[in-house]
Design a binder for this molecule. Structure first.
Ligand SMILES: Cc1cc2nc3c(=O)[nH]c(=O)nc-3n(C[C@H](O)[C@H](O)[C@H](O)COP(=O)(O)OP(=O)(O)OC[C@H]3O[C@@H](n4cnc5c(N)ncnc54)[C@H](O)[C@@H]3O)c2cc1C
Length: 233
């Protein structure tokens, strides 16, 4: 149990949300939100119908109501279900560049109505980023933000390992770790976030006053540590 640290590539839009909104406010551009039909048509042209789900599509209702609490069942203009990091980057860039409101959902267990769903805007569902792997040599697990804890523990069980994670199997890795994460092992090993070695973060703006590049970066103790918690090892 001494090696519960894990490396988790969170394809996170959190930073892009904050920086994107900041850019809109800085410009005083509160009218830049385009209409729902235009936004979703543009996104669909970029990414295709398998990634951008419209209200008229068969899968929309199930995706919209995926959140654990009914209080968070909303009606987004459309729902993006990216399957690779480049698609996340493309959606986030488009939305942030055009000041379009959006919500991000990993496991959907946050009951607050608009934390991980939205009415006037686009929902990004990370459910396809559900991979879990373990490297016995480094003793690090790599987990996608759309994974649920059950999948994490099931995979680690194969190696007779476990990690500091959620207490309910259904909860998502993304939201729980971003919110710190209480575990049955917390008294011994701290919060879930204390055990994360690095995050993969999608950035839509340069840091501080710097200009883009827009890119993915790795946030850990050494690089971009403002987006990472100190890790107890
Ligand atoms: C039944 C139940 C059991 C629970 N048990 C525990 C427990 O044992 N320990 C504990 O600490 N907490 C527990 N919680 C609380 C839970 O950890 C939080 O509600 C957490 O936010 C859920 O994570 P999620 O990914 O499922 O939620 P989501 O609703 O998908 O996400 C929560 C928030 O994080 C944001 N977010 C999620 N993923 C990303 C991402 N990749 N990038 C950017 N932003 C992101 C969302 O936008 C949203 O604002 C429990 C909640 C429930 C309902």
């Amino acid at each position: 149990l001494a090696d519960l640290n894990f490396s988790m590539p969170v394809i996170t839009a959190l930073s892009a949300v904050l920086l994107g909104l900041f850019a809109c406010n800085a410009l005083g551009d509160t009218t830049a939100v385009t209409g729902s039909a235009n936004t979703c048509a543009q996104l669909r042209r970029r990414l295709g119908s398998s990634v951008i789900v419209l209200p008229s599509d068969a899968g929309y209702a199930g995706l919209r109501d995926e959140n654990w609490s009914q209080t968070a069942w909303r009606s987004p203009w459309c729902i993006a279900v990216p399957t690779v990091a480049a698609e996340v980057a493309s959606v986030v860039s488009y939305l942030a560049d055009n000041c379009i409101p959006f919500a991000v959902r990993s496991g959907g267990h946050d009951p607050n109505p608009f934390d991980s769903n939205i009415d006037a805007g686009v929902l990004i569902s990370l459910e396809k980023f559900a991979s879990v792997s373990y490297d016995a040599e480094t003793q690090l697990a790599t987990v996608g933000p759309g994974a649920r804890w059950e999948a994490v523990y099931t995979e680690l069980d194969k190696y007779q390992r476990t990690m500091v994670g959620g207490r309910v199997m259904d909860v998502g890795v993304g939201g729980l770790t971003l919110g710190s994460g209480l575990s049955y092992l917390t008294d011994l090993y701290g919060l879930a976030c204390d055990n994360i070695v690095s995050y993969e973060v999608r950035v839509n703006r340069g840091l501080g006053n710097s200009q883009p590049p827009k890119k993915s970066l790795s946030a850990d103790e050494v690089s971009h540590d403002r987006w990472s918690w100190p890790t107890e090892r």
